[in-house]
Design a protein around this ligand. Structure first.
Ligand SMILES: NC(=O)c1ccc[n+]([C@@H]2O[C@H](COP(=O)([O-])OP(=O)(O)OC[C@H]3O[C@@H](n4cnc5c(N)ncnc54)[C@H](OP(=O)(O)O)[C@@H]3O)[C@@H](O)[C@H]2O)c1
Length: 273
């Protein structure tokens, strides 16, 4: 089953990718090589993950043409202004050993973030070809709207899974035609302990992880980046692309509580702002 692709005028992203946090070093390189060999074509890394060297080495070791691998990296939130963001992108590319990133994101907003200056720097990275697309992560709705008015944002990356709906953000992304990349899509593995999800999985001869990912892939304009270290789980997660949930499944999943946020380091004071 091929991985579905999101296409817009600003980017073309495989809708199922591999998260790489918190893998590092040789273990990270091995895991990414394994994933690329079995068909993953979208990798998610960040300056903060400390694994860009390993991810870049895996891309080179895969032997795949650079154009065939969609690579996202992110600048950390200690760089609120454009000049530092530009340097961070250049540093990421050096560590990755790549000439360009497919997507470069502001990892988290900070109170010090100079939004117009930061987004002007992102737009310049795009114009100069260092990043083929640009975007933001962990932006609440109001800040996302402002960002969309300032630069050609292609993507919002945000926590989103069966226990955390993101209706406002999804509505904005769809209205603007940008992709919403769902991180922590397996709720860090918690979906495997949920009897309601287990029942749906059993009905389809699938796994709970596949059900959780298929729920995201059933939403137009949504991509998911599950992290898995082992080949077995990577393959399992890739299999979600072949799982078609029916209306009863979707209704049961919609009925699960939707306000369980798992990633909240305190950088965003008000997620509803
Ligand atoms: N932008 C941001 O601020 C941000 C924040 C958080 C995460 N992210 C990105 O999103 C990626 C994914 O998020 P995440 O790592 O927090 O959470 P996740 O993908 O929901 O869950 C990862 C955990 O689930 C386990 N797992 C993987 N496949 C499984 C399966 N089929 N069944 C059961 N358990 C499974 C993994 O263990 P094993 O590896 O041992 O299999 C790992 O412990 C990150 O790696 C990162 O790239 C971005």
């Amino acid at each position: 089953m091929p991985i579905p692709v999101f296409e817009s005028p600003l980017t073309r992203m495989p809708r199922l990718g591999l998260g790489t946090w918190p893998m590092r070093g040789a273990a990270c390189q091995r895991a990414v090589e394994t994933a690329l060999a079995m068909g993953y074509r979208h990798l998610d890394t960040a300056e903060m993950y400390g694994n860009e060297e390993a991810v870049g080495a895996a891309i080179r070791a895969s032997g795949l043409p650079r154009e065939q691998v969609y690579l996202t990296s992110k600048v950390w939130n200690d760089k609120p202004r454009g000049a530092a963001i530009r340097r961070a992108a250049e540093d990421s590319l050096r560590r990755l050993g790549l000439a360009w990133m497919d997507l470069f994101l502001i990892h988290w907003p900070s109170p010090q973030l100079d939004l117009p200056d930061a987004l002007a720097a992102l737009a310049r990275l795009r114009e100069d070809g260092l990043a083929r697309a640009i975007g933001v992560a962990n932006f609440p709705p109001g800040l996302l709207q402002r960002a969309l008015g300032l630069a050609p944002i292609a993507c919002l990356q945000v926590e989103h899974h069966v226990y955390l709906g993101q209706p406002r953000l999804l509505a904005i992304c769809r209205a603007q035609g940008i992709v919403m990349t769902s991180y922590t899509p397996l709720a860090k593995g918690a979906v495997t302990r949920d009897p309601a999800i287990g029942a749906i999985a059993a009905k389809h001869g699938a796994t709970a992880g596949q059900v959780a990912l298929a729920w995201l892939l059933a939403m137009p304009g949504v991509a998911a980046i599950p992290k898995a270290a082992s080949a077995a789980r990577q393959r399992e997660n890739l299999g979600a692309a072949a799982l078609a949930l029916d209306a009863a499944d979707l209704a049961a999943l919609a009925a699960l509580p939707k306000s369980r946020r798992l990633v909240d380091p305190g950088f965003v004071a008000d997620w509803d702002a």
